[in-house]
Design a protein around this ligand. Structure first.
Ligand SMILES: Cc1cc2nc3c(=O)[nH]c(=O)nc-3n(C[C@H](O)[C@H](O)[C@H](O)COP(=O)(O)OP(=O)(O)OC[C@H]3O[C@@H](n4cnc5c(N)ncnc54)[C@H](O)[C@@H]3O)c2cc1C
Length: 420
């Protein structure tokens, strides 16, 4: 009797888990082994803000994330609303410029039919009194919200295990090709045989690709978030997830500026910052992030610390929520700070599907959107591995798209990467 196909998924972050889940549904006869150095979802996936949105600058990303939202809703239908929390609380973008687009098409009737756009400062301030009265534009994206992606991931893992998935703890140290298959050696001396491999090691996808002799066109940037208490109740408990779209220079005093300019490692504080500071209330505290780092970082298991991040974010955020200026001067404690890597491609689209090496697949480069798109990228990778029909957007996320002239033409014409 022919033994069943063996598939090893390296990495039990949310992407590896979702891939395992959809693969076990599509190909019940394959043997799936999911390998991780640590507990499932303990690395990048545990740092996620767990926000989701169905709006992206490019139709392919919009289709991808919209379908993922549909898949998450389908999971809730199948396993019950209590299986994991998911709420459509929206994303609220604000700007000081009434006439500057926040989204390229935000003046179009179709956009306005789906979302709420306000350009009257008085109306905006009346509706959202915590915002600076000088805010002139407000765009509320309705197909967006927050999902408890860790509970969702645990549910998917439990179901996949019940279907036969084997979860193995160990760090992949090397991979050898043998007799048309692979031997994966772990740090605990265990060896796993596989006919096919799926690389889902998040910030370490190139580490695994390197073991097989190739490289993905990705890099990592270290991004952070923090939580502080809100003793002065600056942020209403029901404030929307709010994103400030404008870039800015931080408003330091002349003395502070001179000091930062004089220190090589602090000069960055005086430079231009991009838009997209984001802020939301969380259990009586304030959670804030700003993915402004563009510096390529070599991923490390222990996330390095970083001075002045909360100060910079609070200073920037007081531009649109003025009462936060108090906290920038006197930071409330305890401050909880954490970070993780955005693993990204140049255009900020993921890599999903077959690699340049036969029988090796990837699901990765999920930057700041991996929790919201885990289901769809997991499904897409499983469709490739199972030989199922592919959706129209598959080509846009194919790992070898840079060798495809028609895809390259699309990539050459992009101007926004949609990063938050
Ligand atoms: C600060 C921050 C905020 C974010 N906010 C959001 C958000 O609001 N919404 C959203 O959708 N996304 C958000 N993201 C992005 C999201 O968290 C990631 O895209 C997603 O978690 C990536 O999942 P992954 O499975 O690819 O990677 P990971 O979660 O990193 O999983 C990879 C796994 O591979 C394992 N691994 C690596 N190397 C090896 C090896 N050699 N052997 C064995 N195991 C190995 C690791 O232990 C890890 O568990 C955020 C990210 C950050 C950093």
């Amino acid at each position: 009797m022919k033994s069943s196909k063996k598939i090893a998924i390296c990495g039990a972050g949310i992407a590896g888990i979702a891939t395992a889940y959809y693969l076990s549904k599509m190909s019940p006869n394959v043997e799936i082994t999911l390998i991780d150095k640590n507990q499932p979802m303990a690395f990048t996936s545990s740092k996620s803000g767990e926000n989701f949105r169905g709006y992206w600058p490019h139709p392919s990303m919009e289709a991808l994330s919209s379908h993922s939202i549909d898949l998450m809703e389908a999971l809730q239908k199948e396993y019950g609303k209590d299986a994991f929390r998911m709420e459509f609380s929206g994303y609220h973008f604000v700007s000081h410029h009434a006439n500057k687009p926040i989204f390229a098409d935000d003046a179009a009737p179709e956009f306005r039919a789906r979302n709420e756009v306000l350009t009257d400062a008085e109306v905006i301030h009346k509706k959202h009194p915590y915002l600076a009265p000088t805010i002139q534009k407000s765009v509320f994206i309705k197909k967006a919200g927050n999902v408890d992606s860790i509970t969702m991931g645990n549910k998917l893992l439990k179901v996949a295990k019940a279907e036969g998935l084997k979860l193995v703890e160990g760090e992949v140290k090397d991979i050898n090709q043998v007799d048309g298959g692979f031997t994966i050696r772990l740090d605990n001396k265990q060896s796993i045989q596989a006919d096919q491999i799926i690389i889902a090691t998040g910030p370490f996808i190139n580490h695994l690709a390197g073991m097989l002799g190739f490289e993905f066109p990705v890099w990592n940037t270290l991004q952070r978030k923090f939580l502080i208490p809100d003793p002065k109740k600056v942020i209403p408990a029901d404030m929307l997830f709010t994103i400030y779209s404008d870039g800015q220079h931080l408003d330091w005093s002349a003395e502070e500026k001179t000091f930062f300019e004089s220190e090589d490692n602090l000069k960055w504080l005086t430079r231009a910052f991009p838009g997209a500071i984001h802020i939301k209330p969380e259990s009586g505290r304030i959670k804030m992030g700003w993915a402004f780092s563009t510096k390529a970082a070599t991923p490390q298991w222990d996330i390095p610390s970083f001075d002045y991040f909360p100060q910079a974010v609070l200073k920037g955020a007081s531009r649109f929520i003025p009462s936060l200026a108090d906290y920038a001067e006197n930071m409330p404690t305890p401050l909880i700070e954490y970070g993780g890597y955005y693993t990204r491609t140049k255009e900020n689209w993921p890599l999903v599907g077959p690699t340049e090496m036969d029988n090796v697949f990837v699901v990765g480069a999920l930057a700041g959107f991996g929790s919201m798109t885990a289901c769809v990228v997991g499904e897409l990778c499983a469709q490739y591995v199972s030989g199922e029909a592919l959706p129209w957007y598959a080509d846009y996320f194919h790992p070898n798209r840079y060798d495809n002239p028609s895809m390259q033409a699309v990539l050459d014409n992009l101007d926004l990467d949609g990063q938050l």
